[in-house]
Design a protein around this ligand. Sequence first.
Ligand code: CMP
Length: 140
Amino acid sequence: ALERTLSIIKPDAVAKNVIGEIYSRFEKAGLKVVAAKMKQLSRKEAEGFYAVHRERPFFNALVEFMISGPVMIQALEGENAVLKNRDLMGATDPKKAEAGTIRADFADSIDANAVHGSDAAETAAVEIAYFFSTTELCPR
Ligand code: CMP
């Protein structure tokens, strides 16, 4: 099915200057950027975005990391976009990520892991709406 998913290029990958290389992987996989913005997240925005992880032991480190520098946020559209993007990203822990995935190539640790991607179509809708208003998204 034609889907949309939310992608975030995290502060580590922005600092490494690999936004273009990561966009190129999306494009080669047939994923289209249908909205994008670069942003320095506030603590409140990062905490709200990751609210489902609030009780997890890594929550504070995750929020600190996500506000440590600007991020590049995009909505991606394509056939099976959610799973396609997860395949491109590789495992959350870069040590476990398959060769050739974004995290294997650009991530340093489970915290500084280069990219975020929605885990399901339902969460994708919520995550896209968290960062983009309808007028900021390309019409379907
Ligand atoms: P992300 O896909 O952005 O969703 C939550 C983030 O928490 C995850 O990527 C990791 O960067 C980070 N994180 C840190 N420790 C863990 C862990 N043990 N399990 C899952 N995510 C973790």
